[in-house]
Design a protein around this ligand. Structure first.
Ligand code: UFG
Length: 338
């Protein structure tokens, strides 16, 4: 019987962190959220205590770890906008690398020796071969990706010197929302494709700009691997069990292994909601790799992880209520007018 100890979730009031809290709670763990609520939402903290503190406040973080008897941390709290990281890299080094340094100091003070890191496919940069394996060289092309790579490297150094074991989970494109409707997607500002396209479909903003139509892909638009946020959350749960049962430190891709282009995403939104997304073709967005898809075999081998909901139409059905759209039920698919 695995001991179910409290697990700290930094950024537990945020989009992916709150879904992880729900998954932890459902599995019998106690998620202890640490969040400064700068971008997180207090109402999303429903499954355990909330400590309101910034990561940089090492003493407060260590006190929260000790107060709740935490032995493992899931670290989500970070700045995560690629474009913003190009304009203001100092913010990213401060929040992501400074935050990690402080968090790990608190972990050492509180004798926490297991960490699960939110890393990113942004650490790979623009690889020339698909799908991306964990051995694909990590050559990030923006400060956001570089800060995540530094966090991974810090964990390797801290393991060698201080014995902190870790799993770095390299997410592909997180999408969707809690299928039971207890959590919603809400970013400010919103920059991600599926939320922006759903907002355009709901008439909450003008036509979606499709960034680039001349890539060497099936239809000229960029291809990404969209993974349901509840699958990401489950990946964390499996990583927690893996570390608790003595698993060795590692880095793992979390994706579905299947890519969809931007235009295919828009078609899936029409299928999932019955509403066509108004859009116009625009120039490429600087720094966008043409294609990012995951080789998911290592996560399957090491954790037994496989996306339970790889179907993009279902991912969008779950996301739609966050933007005031009613999903079209699966059985009604055939009745959608062309
Ligand atoms: N896109 C559009 N129009 C938009 C927004 C996005 O065409 O208005 C396109 C992008 O060009 C891209 C795709 O939709 O091809 C997905 O874009 P997102 O901004 O939703 O996601 P990214 O792939 O750029 O970013 C994601 C994560 C980042 C992470 C990155 C790694 O959100 O945190 O993957 O490459 F760093």
């Amino acid at each position: 019987m695995i001991e179910r100890s409290p697990i700290m979730v930094t950024g537990g009031a945020g989009f992916i962190g709150s879904h992880a809290c729900k998954a932890l709670s459902d599995a019998g763990h106690l998620p202890v959220t640490l969040d400064d609520l700068s971008t997180g939402n207090r109402d999303a903290v429903k499954w355990g205590p909330l400590a309101v503190a910034g990561l940089q406040d090492t003493k407060a973080v260590a006190a929260a770890l000790q107060a709740h008897g935490v032995r493992m941390v899931m670290h989500f709290a970070a700045s995560a906008y690629v474009g913003e990281s190009m304009r203001d890299p100092a913010l990213y080094y401060l929040n992501n690398v400074g935050g990690m340094t402080s968090l790990l100091a608190a972990c050492r003070a509180a004798r926490v020796d297991k960490v699960i890191l939110s890393s990113s496919c942004a650490t790979y940069g623009i690889p020339d071969r698909m799908p991306i394996t964990e051995d694909t060289p990590q050559q990030p092309v923006n400060p956001y990706g570089r800060t995540k790579l530094i966090c991974e490297q810090m964990l390797q150094d801290y393991e060698a010197a201080y014995g902190i074991r870790h799993v770095a989970l390299r997410y592909f494109n997180a999408a969707g929302a809690d299928p039971e409707g207890e959590l919603f997607e809400c970013h400010d500002p919103e920059t991600h494709l599926i939320p922006l396209a759903l907002m355009a479909a709901a008439g909450q903003r003008g036509p979606l700009e499709v960034f680039g139509s001349d890539y060497a892909t099936r239809d000229g638009s960029c291809e990404r691997d969209y993974i349901h946020v509840s699958d990401l959350a489950r990946g964390h749960l499996l990583a927690a069990d893996y570390l608790e049962t003595g698993g060795e430190s590692c880095a793992l891709n979390l994706g579905t292994g299947r890519g969809y282009t931007v235009l295919e995403v828009l078609a899936a939104i029409k299928q999932a909601t019955g509403v066509a997304v108004p859009y116009r073709l625009s120039p490429r967005r600087a720094g966008d790799p043409p294609m990012l898809t995951a080789d998911v075999s290592r996560a399957q081998r090491v954790l037994g992880f496989k996306a339970a909901c790889p179907d993009l139409v279902q991912i969008i059905r779950d996301a739609a209520p966050s933007f005031g759209l009613n999903p079209v039920p699966e059985e009604a698919d055939a009745q959608i007018p062309a």
